[in-house]
Design a protein around this ligand. Structure first.
Ligand code: MYR
Length: 131
């Protein structure tokens, strides 16, 4: 289960990923230490997410397979949906500004939540621990 409170522990290749996303250096430096925390509450196919970081606090509701809108901390708008494939959450989102796709997955590995990202050929991971 993804339910619970997750705090960022470490990231892999996130800097390169953000660069590919077109995020400038100053914002990348800040984002590298964003203290991201997500609280996930899943009820059936509905999710309620509380996201907090040094940038902002927001709450998101979505249903598996149903398209919703999500804005990144820098204002970039995405539209897409999450699906569950076995034990893995798979998200496919499209940037509204350029139509390009961002894909992401969430999986529990041991006592960690691993979120992977792909954008235009660049992969990154952010790894969370309960807390
Ligand atoms: C959620 O489930 O937490 C809300 C929806 C997330 C949508 C997609 C997440 C992509 C985040 C990419 C971050 C990249 C920053 C450059």
């Amino acid at each position: 289960t993804f339910n619970g409170s997750w705090k960022i522990d470490r990231s892999e290749n996130y800097e390169k990923f953000m660069e590919q996303m077109g995020i400038n250096m100053v914002k990348r430096k800040l984002a590298a230490h964003d203290n991201l925390k997500i609280v996930i509450e899943q009820t059936g196919d509905k999710f309620h997410i509380k996201e907090s970081s040094t940038f902002r606090t927001l709450e998101i509701d979505f249903t598996l397979g149903v398209t919703f809108e999500y804005s990144l901390a820098d204002g970039t708008e995405l539209s897409g949906s999450w699906n569950l494939e076995g034990d893995m959450m798979k998200g496919v989102f499209t940037r509204k500004d350029n139509g390009k796709q961002l894909t992401t997955t969430r999986v529990i590995q041991g006592d960690e939540l691993v979120q992977s990202y792909n954008y235009e050929g660049v992969d990154a991971k952010r790894i969370f621990k309960r807390g």
